[in-house]
Design a protein around this ligand. Structure first.
Ligand code: FES
Length: 205
């Protein structure tokens, strides 16, 4: 090695450089790793959820929706609330497989185009999005406009004589359940692989 004495593999200057760079690297890591950890950790933290009672079953007919405010992100006040449209299951139109979690249909008000809040128009039996004209039918299926999939849903159950709402899930055009996706992410066909579930997805009931 140039500048090194006979038999040496590294010069004193090179050794000092390595040492100084090493110390610098450790010092930089001591500052950046905790900040990085704080920034990234929430991505892997599962969203907490709980069953939220919204009223007795008699409050929810199968012919129209009741509007309920529920909390999806606890601890942040009103910003953590959202609206769910809830009705009783109607076997005449709800053909997806029946189980203990869909005796009541609870639709998310979040448009599956870009996330604007949709509004249920009872006279038309449609959900209308004011942002770009998205329209959903009575079951929350896309009836027109740019939304890429049906409205998300919430698990529901009856417990102690009350209807309760659980975590949100997404559905494809066959109303098969998927873990929640963001608006704008189709999950039919290859879409379910192109837009995989988020790390922070809440556990199923
Ligand atoms: S956000 Fe609803 S149609 Fe665009």
């Amino acid at each position: 090695m140039p500048g090194a004495f006979e038999g040496e593999t590294v010069t004193r200057r090179a050794l000092m450089n390595i040492w100084a760079n090493g110390v610098g690297g450790v010092a930089a890591a001591a500052f950046t790793l905790p900040a990085l950890g704080f920034a990234i950790a929430p991505i892997f933290k599962r969203q907490p959820w709980s069953w939220q009672p919204i009223g007795p079953p008699a409050d929810f007919p199968s012919t129209t929706y009741q509007t309920k405010v529920i909390t999806t992100s606890p601890g942040i006040g009103e910003a953590g609330n959202t609206i769910a449209y809830v009705r009783a299951r109607n076997p005449a139109i709800d053909k997806e497989p029946e189980d203990q979690y869909n005796q009541f249909v609870a639709l998310s008000s979040r448009c599956m185009h870009l996330g604007c809040p949709v509004r249920f128009v009872a006279a038309a039996e449609r959900f209308i999005c004011p942002c770009h004209g998205g329209v959903y039918d009575f079951r929350g299926m896309v009836a027109g406009g740019p939304p890429v999939r049906p409205l998300d849903r919430f698990y529901t159950r009856v417990n102690n004589g009350l209807v309760e709402i659980g975590p949100r899930y997404s559905v494809n055009n066959e109303l098969q359940r998927f873990s929640p996706r963001f608006p704008g992410e189709p999950i039919d066909g290859i879409g379910q692989y192109l837009y995989p579930a988020q790390f922070d997805t809440a556990q199923k009931p």
